[in-house]
Ligand binder design. Sequence first.
Ligand code: ZN
Ligand code: MN
Length: 256
Amino acid sequence: MSEVLMSRLSWQEYARRIAAGAVVFLPVGALEQHGPHLPLGVDAMLSTDVAVGVAQRVGGVVAAPLNYGYKSQARCGGGQCFPGTTSLDAQTLISFVQDVIRELVRHGARNIVLVDGHYENQWFLTEACELAWRELGASTPELRCMRTEYWDFCGIDVLDPMFPGGFPGFALEHAALIETSMMLHLHPDLVDLSLLPDDGPAEFPVYDMFPQTGHGVPPSGVLSSARGAKAEYGATIFETVCNGLAAAVGEAFKAG
Ligand code: ZN
Ligand code: MN
């Protein structure tokens, strides 16, 4: 398998691939608590793994990931009250991504995919794409940006058999069965199943309160049970996501 990480390519090799029309993937994650059994970097690791898997399938290049993300929210990431959850202001995230897109375009990239691994990032990545187009669209009308949350490529038909109690929805899947299974498949040395908590599923009101207090968030930070997580589920989810996103990239960036 040829190298796809931009940080490991020489400038000449990068230039050659861009000139050949390679799609550039930018993984965006977070530095955020993921319960006692997973490390803080899960969202960046998994979005990078997916970007690499897809880039290998479509002949793309993966730009250096953004390892920080927008502020964790109680109802989908456990919130800001956990040590280690180290987050960006929205404006910083938008500007960072807009800067990277501008630089990629300056050297000839025209097809760019933002691979989001952290729920809270999504509208700010959307804004970065909108502002990048407003800035660059007139001079580079062939520029196309895709923004995606990788888990959306794993359909309920694949997930259902993995959740005997019923799939709780992606928002509550924080540090839970999907992320734990994917980590068991991709980074087993970073998972400690002996520390799996029994918390959850969390029950939240349908509103958010500020300042954040952690109200309603289980003490472990896990929003629904990761019990039943398996490396083989992780492999199935990973393959499904990579194949689905690769197909979407082929469709979205079709010439013409
Ligand atoms: Zn996560
Ligand atoms: Mn997250």
